[in-house]
Design a binder for this molecule. Structure first.
Ligand code: ZN
Length: 342
């Protein structure tokens, strides 16, 4: 791994079109049984290969083995009814028919541990694995049992910690929790969100990260972003709390967003995964544009703490576009490394 600016991605990559139809969230699997299991492994191999060729240093499985970054985990838990759905508003932004919490939530057994072991077997590079954060899990469900977002979040945090410890033991270098809900519910983030996240990450043997963002480039998110004004200062609420937390790394959106970059200066003492690839457009960044984002971050974060990254998951993009963006990320980091002799 290079001494400076090791690159990584926020999480997902598009799946091969023989595995799931492209361009949709919650896309159905096109294979089943043993063919599906083999297809997922092949898709992970391709995702790793693409990242390695692009010069990504800390690689992920591109979430090739799950339909959705939150629901696939919850489908494997006790206490949630997926058949009798209720309509709720997700992150105050769009309505969705969601599963219902009908009893105490519990983990039946490992969910992603075999997938993490497989990822470990495919590459010599450092690897990252992603899980949803407790608050974001709460925000995708109708809760008819705990009737308390906080209590449900603590129950999820304990489940996540069991799963995360088992994943870390498979040889994972970075365990990242995705908490886009942290950009919406500031009072809850302060009152219990960061504490629940720390509980989920408690005692892990690997590095821990949290990813906060403004979402995929889907219509509801684009409209929400228009309502946020000229400067997006949401991170101003959460970063001071995260700076005092036990989490090692913070992944955020910087490229082509309205986030004032000085806000990353609030993350003192943390590694900063600087989003230098916009996932809400098909336009592919040039290496020079990526380099410019990295250089801009250096005004606020020491070089040894900067990890060039994507703004968010790339699952809604085409594979060609995602591959080109990975290439730009790797090339942009190399440019700045060359300038600083890293
Ligand atoms: Zn994201």
């Amino acid at each position: 791994m290079p001494a400076l600016f090791p690159t990584t991605i926020a999480g997902s990559l598009p799946k091969p079109e023989w595995l799931a139809p492209p361009g949709q969230l919650w896309a159905p699997w096109l294979l089943d049984g043993e063919a599906l299991a083999a297809g997922k492994r092949d898709a992970v191999r391709l995702a790793v290969c693409d990242q390695e060729h692009a010069g990504i240093d800390i690689v992920s499985d591109g979430e090739q083995t799950r339909r959705h970054f939150v629901t696939t985990l919850i489908e494997n838990l006790e206490g949630v009814d997926f058949e009798h759905r209720r309509t709720v508003r997700i992150r105050n932004r769009y309505d969705a028919d969601v599963p219902v919490v009908v009893g105490p939530v519990a983990r039946r057994g490992p969910v992603f541990v075999e997938d993490a072991k497989f990822l470990r077997s495919t590459t010599e590079r450092r690897i990252k694995y992603t899980l949803p954060g407790p608050m974001t899990m709460v925000d995708t469900l109708y809760d008819a049992h705990y009737v308390s977002r906080e209590k449900l979040a603590w129950a999820f945090a304990e489940i996540l910690n069991d799963e995360a410890r088992a994943i870390a033991a498979a040889g994972v270098d970075v365990l990242q929790f995705d908490e886009p809900a942290f950009n919406v519910y500031f009072d809850e983030v302060r009152d219990w969100g960061v504490a629940a996240l720390e509980r989920a990450a408690q005692g892990l043997s690997c590095l821990t990260a949290v990813h906060i963002c403004y979402g995929y480039g889907i219509k509801a998110n684009i409209e929400w972003k228009r309502s946020l004004g000229g400067q997006w200062r949401q991170y101003e609420h959460t970063f001071p709390l995260l700076a005092r937390s036990t989490i090692d790394q913070v992944s955020l959106e910087c490229a082509n967003s309205h986030v004032p970059l000085e806000l990353i200066g609030l993350l003192q003492g943390k590694d900063v995964l600087v989003g230098a690839i916009d996932v809400a457009t098909d336009r592919v960044e040039s290496a020079e544009e990526v380099a410019a984002t990295i250089r801009a971050a250096l005004a606020f974060v020491p070089a040894e703490r900067v990890y060039p990254c994507t703004n968010c998951g790339m699952v809604p993009l085409s594979r060609d576009v995602a591959r080109a963006k990975l290439g730009a990320l790797g090339a942009g980091a190399r440019l700045v490394r060359g300038e600083l002799g890293g």
